[in-house]
Ligand binder design. Structure first.
Ligand code: GDP
Ligand code: MG
Ligand code: K
Length: 299
């Protein structure tokens, strides 16, 4: 790459749960890497997505939510989110278009005031509202802090996303292309596979299984005689009563979870797999730092 004006940098996406951070990132990298779901707080870890073309490379960090911590997992999430902000070249603070700033947004803004990087206010989901509804919101946010720019987008239909990339590029330093053109994430596949399984469980069990669930991929390095990749994973629930819900009548729920997860994983990896799942009870795993570390959430 001999383009002297080539730009590159790291960009954190921050915002309350469900504003559309993962959806935005999926759109950017055109692959399902970050996990989206209609439930809050599906993303627990920093997942990188990388946008590359011949003018720039932007490395996105999808941060977990910042909120008042209640346990070790929450505290880990807050630490990860706040530390991500100190290492980046720009920040996208995402909110829902037309919504007033709530206590969660104000808490994040107080953190954003402490960092040097330029902050772009992103009003997502403009497809859901009339443009007039954004004006009072923009005034309110501008009173709370100075933003580099205010950019309305729709992460689902892609409206204005190109403009956002261009504005963001102006804020990045001249720099090298850090990652190969075809690299879209540097996140370990084990973790991403675990997140895909977890996403499928949350979809299938609806509100019966809250977020007290963890998936640990034990192995994905063996092949069957026919050459199929073997993936083995444990699903951890917090209470005895949750185990039969995940397993279902005669194993039907677990079977569905297995089929659905397998399809997502095959799509991600681009090859056929065999998937084996087990369900285990692990009480209070959220407050067990050793367990969190083994599940990939290093403290
Ligand atoms: P996150 O918690 O911030 O990562 O939010 P998600 O990306 O998981 O999105 C939460 C919900 O909002 C999902 O149901 C998305 O489909 C939906 N969503 C995200 N972006 C948009 C958008 O631009 N328009 C609409 N209508 N829905 C969106
Ligand atoms: Mg998310
Ligand atoms: K979500």
């Amino acid at each position: 790459m001999d383009n002297k004006n080539y730009k590159s940098g790291f960009v954190a996406i921050i915002g309350r749960p469900n504003v559309g951070k993962s959806t935005f990132m999926n759109r950017i990298i055109k692959e399902q890497i970050a996990i989206t779901s209609p439930k809050a707080q599906t993303t627990r870890n920093k997942i990188q997505g990388i946008f590359t073309d011949d003018e720039r490379q932007i490395i996105f960090l999808d941060t977990p939510g910042i909120h008042k911590p209640h346990n070790d997992l929450d505290q880990y999430m807050d630490k990860a989110a706040i530390s991500a902000l100190k290492e980046v070249d720009a920040i996208l603070f995402m909110t829902e278009a037309g919504e007033k700033a709530g206590p969660g947004d104000k808490f994040i803004i107080e953190e954003l005031k402490k960092v040097k990087a330029p902050v772009f206010l992103i009003l997502n989901k403009i497809d859901l509202i009339n443009p007039d509804e954004m004006m009072p919101q923009i005034d309110e946010y501008k009173d709370l802090m100075d933003f580099a720019e205010v950019i309305p987008i729709s992460a689902t239909n892609g409206n204005n996303v190109d403009d956002l990339i261009d504005s963001l590029t102006k804020a990045l330093p001249v720099g090298p292309q850090y990652y190969a053109d075809d690299q879209i994430t540097d996140h370990p596949e084990y973790f991403i596979v675990g997140e895909l399984i977890r996403e499928k469980i949350l979809e299938d069990t609806r509100d019966e299984i809250p977020h007290s669930i963890a998936v640990v991929v034990e192995s994905m390095n063996q092949r069957s005689a026919a050459g199929k990749l073997q993936i083995e994973a444990y699903i951890y629930v917090e209470r005895d009563s949750q185990k039969p819900i995940v397993i279902g009548r005669g194993g039907s729920m677990l079977k569905n979870i297995g089929i659905g997860s397998r399809i997502k994983i095959e799509h991600l990896l681009g090859e056929k797999i065999n998937l084996k799942l087990w369900v285990r009870v692990k009480k209070n795993w959220r407050d067990d730092p050793a367990f969190l570390a083994s599940a990939g959430y290093s403290l």
